[in-house]
Ligand binder design. Structure first.
Ligand code: ATP
Length: 516
């Protein structure tokens, strides 16, 4: 019954396209993620989580809430409405400024995010040393945009039999183009110049109407972030919650952004879930140290749920690109198969949000300092992360292929806290009632505390493989020794493939320690 790994482990898939495809197809095959409204052709930027995906997502959310709220004394939770008073979004600056630059292609009717559309003049140096721009090339942001532009420039040179040496391509995004350059830049959709519009600001908020009248007075927005709920309810929490500085307010919930180009599976979608926390500190407190400590906490937390530290890196936003009120923003980046991208943003936002809401609502957002007998507005540090981006990072990190007993095995090495099922329970043979009864009794007992899976169909090896592919960390098998001898059963470890005998009490103590 014991399995012999030829190579226990193996490396996570490395080729970007290949491993993204692998993840997408596994997600579909095993009911983790499906396109939304698939029977009607899907809706771009929207996804459904299937039975296993819903469990994984819930486990991520619960682990965060447990560690961020329940296991700390300085953070409380909150759940605010998705549609809030429209003035919230005026005060926060979203109505005015929550925009991305957008470019339309008039021929294909496709839209592009201008800061993701790169272009370059094709400059040729003739033998006499004179240079001239002979055409333009364009490419969408990818792993190697400069390489792609260079390739296109060389192709063009060959096709048009242009003489001279190509000057190395310098990629600029289209927001940096001079107005006279726009008509010369080819559309990535058609490959021809002349159809792109100049970039214009596109507001990412979805709007709707509240009530029976659909006029300007009833316009409201689906929230593009959960954070504003914490600022708007700040006073209510302070007045009712017996909180003392420094303290945080945390929230998990859906956010909506009408992204111009949703892409990379669930990485950038139009409906997603955020886990945000606003940590309020005294204006005189050492905000930098506080920011640093949250940066550390967030990285450690990602590692604690199974994301390898070496896949993480930091990106410090340059000072000149920060909003005027922001003191510092650092993103925790993850090495996704399509490139290193933002996973978690940690921002030091000063007292801007509270002051804006005080100004727009006319309600003070202050606390009282007993020592100085003065009122003050706290400053805030904000770690903001998307559940869907964590889930994608978790799947990418957990996916392995190896060979066990001569057969290719797909295994999701999910952390026990995140795995949809914690244990697979099998009777060795399904036609032996005493084994089935004992296995079902164990299954029912475990099910009261953990999500566990019962399987009696097929050979044991096949049952193991099914659990390996959905990330179940352990499988237990009830055999004749269990019912005829000492009550112990075998437990098999997904990653080491090792098996040992264990009693029911030992199994429960083991799960207590490893899962919770
Ligand atoms: P990006 O630059 O990738 O658009 P952002 O800087 O606008 O992200 P924030 O407003 O800081 O993102 O949102 C906090 C977190 O919410 C992000 O770090 C990310 O994990 C998640 N998030 C933001 N937009 C999306 C989206 N469209 N789809 C999925 N997750 C998202």
């Amino acid at each position: 019954m014991s399995e012999k790994p030829v190579s226990s482990g193996g490396a996570p898939a490395t080729s970007a396209a290949e491993s993204m495809e692998t993840i997408v197809s596994l997600a579909k095959r095993r009911g983790i993620i499906f396109p939304s409204s698939e029977i009607y052709g899907g809706l771009n930027g929207f996804f459904d989580y299937g039975p296993l995906g819903a469990e994984i997502k819930r486990n991520i959310r619960n682990a965060w809430w447990q560690d961020m709220v329940h296991r700390r004394d300085d953070i409380v939770g909150l759940e605010t409405s998705i549609i809030m008073h429209p003035k919230v979004w005026e005060a926060s600056g979203h109505v005015e400024g929550f925009t991305d630059p957008m470019v339309d292609c008039k021929v294909s009717k496709q839209r592009f995010r201008a800061d993701q559309l790169f272009f370059s003049p094709v400059v040729v140096t003739a033998e006499d040393g004179t240079t001239s721009t002979v055409a333009y090339v364009s490419a969408l942001e990818g792993d190697d945009t400069a390489g792609e532009l260079q390739k296109k420039a060389e192709e063009l040179k060959r096709k048009k039999a242009i003489r001279g040496t190509l000057v190395p391509v310098m990629a600029k995004d289209i927001t940096e183009a001079a107005p006279e350059e726009i008509p010369l830049i080819p559309s990535p959709a058609t490959g021809e110049p002349g159809s792109l519009t100049p970039p214009r600001a596109f507001n990412l908020m979805f709007s709707t109407h509240v009530g029976a009248l659909a006029d300007a007075s009833s316009v409201a927005y689906l929230r593009p972030e959960t954070a504003q709920g914490m600022f708007v309810d700040f006073k209510s929490v302070v007045d009712t919650g017996r909180v003392k500085l420094p303290f945080g307010i945390a929230q998990v919930g859906k956010s909506f952004r009408n992204e111009i180009t949703p892409r990379n599976f669930i990485f950038r979608s139009r409906e997603f879930e955020q886990m945000e926390m606003e940590y309020f500190i005294h204006p005189d407190a050492d905000w930098f140290a506080c920011h640093e400590s949250w940066l550390q906490w967030c990285q450690d937390w990602l590692v604690s749920i199974g994301i390898p530290r070496e896949q993480l890196s930091l990106h410090e936003h340059p000072k000149e690109k920060l909003a005027f009120y922001s003191r510092r923003t650092v993103d925790i980046m993850f090495k996704y198969p399509f490139g290193v991208q933002e996973l978690w943003g940690i921002a030091a936002r000063s007292d801007y949000d509270l002051k804006q809401h005080a100004k727009h609502s006319g309600k003070p957002m202050e606390m009282f300092d007993e020592a100085t007998k003065q009122k003050f507005v706290p400053h805030v540090i904000e770690p903001a992360v998307g559940v869907d981006r964590i889930l994608l990072a978790v799947l990418v990190s957990a996916y392995y292929e190896d060979v066990v007993e001569g057969e290719k095995r797909t295994v999701l090495r999910l952390h026990p806290r995140i795995a949809p099922y914690k244990v697979g329970v099998f009777p060795l043979l399904k036609n032996k009632p005493q084994l089935v009864e004992r296995a079902q009794a164990l299954y029912k007992r475990l099910k009261r505390r953990w999500n566990v899976f019962y399987d009696e169909a097929g050979a044991i090896g096949r049952r193991y493989r099914r659990q390996d592919e959905i990330g179940t960390p352990w499988c237990v098998t009830i055999d004749f020794d269990t019912v005829e001898k000492d009550g112990t059963f075998t437990i098999r470890d997904r990653d080491t493939l090792q098996q040992k005998r264990i009693s029911e009490a030992e199994l429960i103590a083991f799960l207590d320690e490893k899962v919770d």
